[in-house]
Design a protein around this ligand. Sequence first.
Ligand code: FCB
Length: 461
Amino acid sequence: MSLSVEYPDQGSPSFPPGFQWGVATASFQVEGATQERGASIWDSFCRLPGRILDGSSGQVACDHYHRFPEDVAMMVELGLSAYRFSIAWPRVLPLGYGRVNTVGLDFYDRLIDALCAAGIQPVPTLYHWDLPQALSDAGGWLSRDTAERFGDYARLVVDRFGDRVPRWITLNEPFVHMAFGYAFGVHAPGQALMLDALPVAHHQLLAHARASEVLRAAGHEVLLTNNCTPVSPVDDAPDTVAAAAAYDTLHNRLFLDPLLLGEYPDLSAYADPETGRTPLDRVIRDGDLAALRGSVDALGVNYYNPTLAAAPAPGDALPFALPDYTELFPETPLTGFGWPVVPDGLHALLTSLRDRYGPALPPVHITENGCSYPGEPDANGVVADPDRVAYLDGHLRALAEAIADGVDVRGYYAWSLLDNFEWAQGYTQRFGLVHVDFATQARTPKESFFWYRDAIARARG
Ligand code: FCB
C-alpha cells in the first residue's frame, strides 16, 4: 500500500532552534569484523539453526568497521548534527572485563575523530544487546555481577573517549532485550524464562545506574533509551482496561518509573497469587532504587508503533493479550515488517509521558524511529521508497505537534542510516535511508535519504 506524500502543501513542521538531527545504528547490526573482537551472545545465537530467518549472521553486516569513512561522508551529505552508534562491549573488552582490546578502542577513536572533524556529534550507546559471551556464560543479565562489570566498562570508554563525547546512552531498549532475549527466547541469548526473566530488568537498570555514576562524575550527560509504546485497551470492559494497564506496566513503566520516580510500578498483575511476590522481588537490594532515581539527564525514546491490549484468555500465562492492530483498524497501513503505521501514536506517547511524569520527565530525544520496506535500485540507481518518506514525514509532524504541546524534545534520530542486520529477521527487513547491496557492500541512497536531507535543511530554516 502506498501513502501519498502531502508535503509541502501542509507547510513544514517546525522545530526549536538547536534541535538535533541524527541517524542511529548499532554495532552488531552494521560493523561486521567479528574476528577482531571477542564473541558476543549474538554470534552464538546466529549459529543456532533456525533462529535467524535467512540463516545469516553479523560476520560482515555492512562492514561499517572498514567503510565508516564512506558512511560518515553520507551523514555529512544529510546535514546531520549527531550520529547515534553503539560500542560493542566485546570489541573493547573481549571477555567483558579484564584484558582490553586496543584495536577495538582504536576503531572507535577513528570513528569519533571522523565525526568530530565533520562537525557531527558522536552519541554512543554503551549496550545495544551484544553482551560478551563470557559474561553470558557467567549468568548474563540474570546475574548482578554483570551490572558491576558494566560500570567498569563505562569507566574504560569514558576515560578514552570522554574528551570528544559529551552525551552518552547507557542501554538500548532494556524492555525488548528482557522480553525477546530472556522471556520469549526469540533474540540472543535465547532464553525462554517467561516471568523469571524479570530480574533482567533490574540488573540492566542497575548497570545503567553504575555507568551513570561514572559518566556524571566525569561531567557527562546521561541517557537511557527504552522502546516505548502507547497502550490502548481494545474496549472499555474492566478486564480489558486492566490488561492494557498490565502491559503498559511491563513495557514502559517497569523501566521508566525506577529512573524517574525511584520506585517500581505496581506489579501485582505479575505476582504469584500465593506469595504475592514476583521474581523481581528476589533481586532488589537496599540502595538500588535510590541509585536509579534521577539517574538520567534526558530520556531516549524509541518509537515504532502503538499497542492494543485485550484481556487474556482463561489459563494464559500472561495477564494480557496483544491482538493485531489491523483486526480493529484494517485501514491502517503496515510496514514491510507488518508494523502498523500510526504517526499520531508518537504524539500520544509523548504527551502521555508528560502527563504521567510531570516535572520528573527530563528532556526527551527520539533515539529511533523508522520503518522497513523492501526496495532495490532500479536501472538508473534510484531507490524509490515513498512509503518511508510518508512514514518519516508523518512522524516528524506528530513530533512537532508534541513539542508545540509542551513536550521538551531535543533531537530525532532516524532508524537507520543503512539497511542492516535486523536481528532475528537477518537481512530480510530493510530499514535504511541508504540501500546496501550485501554482496558488494555498494551503498545507494534511497529517495528518503534526499527527502530527510531536505527536511533537515528546511527545519533549520
Ligand atoms: C529496535 C532496535 C533496533 C532496530 C529497530 C528496528 O527495537 O533497537 O536495533 O532493530 O528496532
